[in-house]
Design a protein around this ligand. Structure first.
Ligand code: ADP
Length: 405
């Protein structure tokens, strides 16, 4: 027998390559060559499990074996499949388990044979079989070689299945993403018109209603409609960013001024919760310039700051820090709030994701603020992320490319 190692090495390398189309074919050829057999094949069970068919065989036979089904109950391959054990047969003419019909397809008699199961994770995925060793009978070394090759085949088949499953899941994911996007686009668009009408009529009523109770009711309608309008705006903005339809108007922005304005706009809320807010500017104003669309960057900073206010209990602290670092301006918003569990730290930037479920949460919101913030920051070539110790607080960091001097 020829030493198998160079061939096995070649096979190992081939199976590890990306183009794995002909891996099974290579394994079959190697099985025939290394064991000196007239014929070799890989058989895989069909979906119902009662038969096996040929997934690969020597090129001279593959045409003849197309569509041929080997019964699991009355064949050696079937026995190996069911028992998960390698075996050889020396005197095949006396062996009852041989499925003779194959001999006609192949145009040869079976003199002897060896077969090994394709094992993966304790399951038998198929069978590697060789027929008719040309010089003498199959030995244990032959079985060992077949087992090594069968293990490669099993890993390959398992990988192929994973790939197929993966591609399928990916397709489903894309489809769901599309549906979600379409839903948002349609819903926000369709809500706009009736909402405008509700607001219009309510505003009209406010002018003519004199009864104070009715006035209050109308005010409530207007407040809620305005809130709803805000939500619809966020949704449709989100849609625009994701479909790349949003325009960026580039200007030089003084990030310290922008942050300061946002902090000031929450003065009333932070006073009510008795939050102490510190704004620490650690670099010169000229160093804190970035380039971009001020409205969009303001939305991102606003959403992060708003969360800090929302998720920090009374008497807590919020610290906003601005600092120039090489190539970037870094803004951090650190709060002493409820914090975010580690598993959620990345997911909070996904659309509609909220740490507490809708049913149990004490805060409003739709789980869109951070995904909008992320979209805005990333469209400016920046990054945003969160760190947190649950129960102690969270730190959100935004890095934006610094304006070139
Ligand atoms: P929402 O508008 O619902 O707050 P966001 O996208 O802004 O949506 O935030 C997603 C979720 O991330 C929030 O619902 C909350 O669970 C969590 N989160 C965001 N910021 C903070 C923070 N500073 N402290 C604690 N949890 C936060």
């Amino acid at each position: 027998m020829r030493p198998p190692y160079p061939k096995l090495l070649e096979i190992a390398q081939r199976s590890a390559s990306a183009n794995s189309q002909d891996v099974l074919q290579t394994l079959v050829l190697a099985a025939a060559e290394l064991t000196g057999s007239q014929f070799a094949s890989i058989l895989l069970p069909d979906s119902e499990g009662g038969t096996l068919s040929f997934a690969a065989s020597l090129p001279a036979h593959s045409k003849a074996l197309e569509g041929v089904a080997v019964p699991v109950e009355s064949s050696i391959a079937g026995w190996v499949l069911r028992h998960g054990q390698a075996m050889f047969v020396h005197n095949a003419q006396e062996e009852a388990r041989i499925y003779r019909e194959i001999e006609q397809q192949l145009g040869m008699f079976t003199l002897n044979l060896a077969a090994a199961p394709l094992m993966f994770d304790g399951k038998t995925l198929g069978v590697l079989e060789t027929l008719n060793k040309l010089d003498g009978n199959y030995q244990h070394e032959d079985l060992q070689i077949l087992e090594v090759l069968a293990a490669y085949a099993a890993v390959h088949i398992h990988n192929q299945r994973l790939n197929t499953e993966n591609a399928h899941l990916h397709q489903q994911f894309e489809k769901l993403e599309r549906m979600k996007r379409d839903f948002i686009a349609i819903a926000s668009h369709e809500l706009r018109t009736p909402l405008g009408l509700v607001l219009g009529h309510a505003t009209f009523l406010r002018e003519i209603v004199e009864d104070p109770d009715a006035q209050q009711q109308v005010q409530a309608i207007i407040r809620s409609s305005l809130r709803l309008k805000e939500i619809v705006e966020v949704l449709s903005k989100m849609d625009n960013y994701q479909t790349g339809m949003a325009l960026i108007r580039n200007r030089a922005i003084a990030l310290d001024e922008l942050a300061n304005e946002i902090i000031q706009s929450y003065a009333e809320q932070t006073r009510r919760k008795n939050l102490s807010v510190a704004f620490d500017v650690q670099s010169q104003p000229v160093e804190l310039m970035v380039e971009g669309d001020p409205d969009k960057i303001a939305v991102a900073v606003n959403n992060v700051f708003q969360n800090a206010v929302t998720f920090t209990d009374e008497n807590g602290t919020i610290q906003v820090t601005l600092k120039k670092i090489p190539g970037y301006v870094r803004l951090t918003v650190q709060d002493s709030g409820i914090g975010i569990p580690e598993n959620d730290l990345e997911r909070i930037f996904e659309r509609f994701y909220q740490v507490e479920s809708h049913m149990t949460r004490r805060h409003g919101g739709m789980g869109l603020g951070l995904s909008v913030a992320k979209a805005m920051i990333e469209m400016h070539g920046g990054r945003i992320w969160a760190e947190s110790t649950p129960g102690e607080g969270s730190t959100f960091t935004i890095m934006l490319p610094a304006l070139a001097a």
